[in-house]
Design a protein around this ligand. Structure first.
Ligand SMILES: [Zn+2]
Length: 278
């Protein structure tokens, strides 16, 4: 089914959406219901965005009946794919569309987060713009809350507007149970076991702040829930913390006394542990 032109006309016009969904490179798309496509209200405004709109729509809804040469057919085919993508962005934020995309998400059809500490968290496709031809599709990881490029070059060229900027967030609002816990583990750069660089000092400072926060929570008897409510807690704490931040960072960026004494790190390492002067 890969080569479109090798199909006879009857195959070609019978199950366009089936063909589209099962084509290599279109794995991110779900099938749009017939009823959704045939309700003109859902297609409002798309006639100005898609060339050969009526023919393209006929092709997508399997009622294409128009004699034309291959060049024109190729154009209509291209328009049909574009139209399908634009309708897709609207469809996947409907109840039916969300349910279909949720199934694909659970099967990891969109791939898994490449970050080691995300433990193969399934990704969701998203656009950085809702306007067509702005930027290609990206993949969103809900655990580390970051974006990634698709691994396959076939996926990397799909228009991000076919998924839109809101779908991935709406899915987690509608299905909060599939929202993973936030990533708590962080990578610590080390050389032969010793923490290194300003980045490590900053990481250490953040770790200390987190521990201090946990202690305070324990003191006022707010039990656990820390992992999940981390983000909320930090917001509350930020106001209280702001004054002390600069001073304490300066201090803890230097290696602690016990570290200097206990292990006798070489001079060059001590310098490296301080943030660069510039
Ligand atoms: Zn991740």
């Amino acid at each position: 089914m890969d080569d479109f032109n090798s199909e006879t006309d009857s195959d070609y016009t019978s199950y366009w959406r089936d063909w589209f969904i099962s084509s290599r490179g279109n794995e991110y798309f779900c099938e749009i219901d017939e009823e959704y496509l045939t309700d003109r209200f859902n297609l409002t405004g798309l006639n100005t965005e898609v060339q050969n709109y009526q023919h393209a729509l006929d092709l997508v809804t399997d009622v294409f009946d128009f004699d034309c040469d291959d060049d024109v057919r190729e154009q209509i085919e291209k328009s049909a794919r574009h139209l399908y993508g634009l309708v897709h962005a609207r469809y996947i934020v409907t109840t039916r569309g969300l349910a279909k995309m949720l199934e694909k998400f659970k099967k990891s059809d969109f791939g898994k987060c490449p970050r080691v500490m995300c433990d193969a968290q399934p990704l969701l496709p998203m656009g950085q713009s809702d306007v067509a031809n702005s930027s290609p599709v990206k993949l969103y990881c809900a655990r580390c809350e970051d974006l990634y490029n698709p691994k396959s070059s076939r996926h990397a060229v799909i228009d991000g507007a076919y998924f839109g900027t809101s779908f991935h967030n709406i899915l987690f609002q509608v299905y909060p149970a599939v929202l993973p816990p936030k990533s708590q583990r962080r990578y610590e750069p080390r050389v032969f076991g010793f923490k290194m660089h300003a980045a490590a000092a900053l990481s250490r400072w953040q770790g200390e702040q987190r521990d201090a926060l946990k202690d305070r929570l324990r003191a006022v008897r707010i039990e656990s829930g820390f992992e999940k409510e981390d983000a909320e807690m930090e917001e509350d704490e930020e106001e209280d913390e702001m004054e002390g931040v600069d001073a304490s960072f300066e201090g803890s960026a230097n290696p602690p006394k016990s570290f200097e004494g206990g292990t006798n790190p070489p001079k060059s390492f001590e310098r490296g542990a301080n943030p660069p002067k510039s």
